[in-house]
Design a protein around this ligand. Structure first.
Ligand SMILES: [Zn+2]
Length: 256
C-alpha cells in the first residue's frame, strides 16, 4: 500500500458516516492533550500486512497523534535475531525525530521458529536485563498466547521497578491481569483490540492512571480506536484529567 493510498484511508475514516463519531472524538479529547499511541507496527508481517514509517507518520498527522511506540510485526525477513526488522524501526525513529519511540522485537532463543512462554528462563533473564538498564518492555499479548498472568506474575513481583506494557491489556486474561497486577504501578494496560465490553470492564475496574491508548496499526486505525477507547472511558465515568492521562500522560511520563 503506498503512502497516497494510506492518506486517503484516513480521509475515508473521518468523513461520510464517520464524520459524526470523529467530531465527537475531537470534542472529547481534553484540550492540550498530545495523543500518544502506545502500540503500532512498522514493517511487514507474514500475513501480508505492512506499514511504512512515512505511512505511519501521515496517519498520525491526519489524526493529530503526536507520538507512537513502533515495533516490528511478525516479519518473514526476521531470520533468527530480528535485527533486520529492528533496523527498519530504528531507521524510522532516526528519520522522524520525536515522532516515534522505537521498541525492538526479541526472540530469547535466537530462533525465529522457536516458541516460548513468559516464564521461560531466558525470557525471565531478558526481563531482568531490561529492568537493570531501565528499559521498558511491551508484552505483545494476543489470542495466540494462552498463559499470561500466571507466568508473568513472579517476574513482576521480583522486579517491581520493571516498566511493563501489557499490549492488548492481556487480552483473554484481562480480568485476571487487573486483579494480579493492580498493586504494581509500573504495569500499564494498553487498549488496542480489546472488545468493547472488556474495555468498559477495564475502565471500571482498574485505576485509569494505569491504562494507555493504543491502535495496533496496521491492524487497527486511529479514528476507530480513539472512538472505541473514549466511548468506553466516557461510559465508565472518567474525568477529563483521567481521559487525558489515558490518551497521553500515563505513558508519556515514561518517555518525556
Ligand atoms: Zn500489535
Amino acid at each position: 500500500m503506498d503512502t497516497k493510498r494510506q492518506g486517503q484511508d484516513i480521509g475515508a475514516l473521518t468523513s461520510g458516516a464517520m464524520t459524526g463519531p470523529w467530531e465527537w472524538v475531537q470534542k472529547k479529547i481534553p484540550a492540550g492533550t498530545q495523543v500518544f499511541d502506545a502500540h503500532t507496527h512498522v514493517g511487514v508481517d507474514i500475513d501480508g500486512r505492512r506499514m511504512t514509517a512515512a505511512g505511519m507518520k501521515e496517519r498520525m498527522d491526519a489524526a493529530n497523534v503526536y507520538t507512537s511506540i513502533i515495533f516490528p510485526l511478525n516479519d518473514p525477513n526476521a531470520r533468527d535475531d530480528y535485527s533486520g526488522p529492528n533496523d527498519v524501526v530504528w531507521a524510522a525513529h532516526e528519520e522522524y525525530q520525536g515522532a516515534f519511540v522505537p521498541f525492538f522485537r526479541l526472540n530469547p532463543h535466537k530462533d525465529y521458529e522457536a516458541e516460548f512462554e513468559l516464564d521461560d528462563t531466558r525470557v525471565a533473564r531478558l526481563f531482568e536485563m531490561a529492568a537493570a538498564v531501565d528499559l521498558p518492555v511491551l508484552v505483545h499479548t494476543g489470542f495466540a498466547m494462552e498463559r499470561i498472568v500466571e507466568p508473568l506474575l513472579p517476574t513482576v513481583e521480583r522486579l517491581p521497578e520493571l516498566r511493563l506494557i501489557l499490549g492488548h491489556a492481556a487480552m483473554v486474561e484481562l480480568l485476571a491481569a487487573t486483579r494480579a497486577f493492580s498493586d504494581y504501578p509500573n504495569v500499564l494496560f494498553e487498549t488496542s483490540v480489546v472488545k468493547a465490553k472488556d474495555l468498559y470492564v477495564l475502565f471500571c475496574s482498574m485505576d485509569p492512571a494505569r491504562i494507555c491508548y493504543g491502535s495496533d496499526i496496521p491492524y487497527g486505525d486511529l479514528p476507530s480506536t480513539l472512538h472505541a477507547t473514549l466511548l468506553a472511558a466516557d461510559a465508565a465515568g472518567l474525568s477529563e484529567k483521567e481521559l487525558s492521562g489515558v490518551l497521553s500522560g500515563n505513558i508519556r511520563r515514561w518517555f518525556p
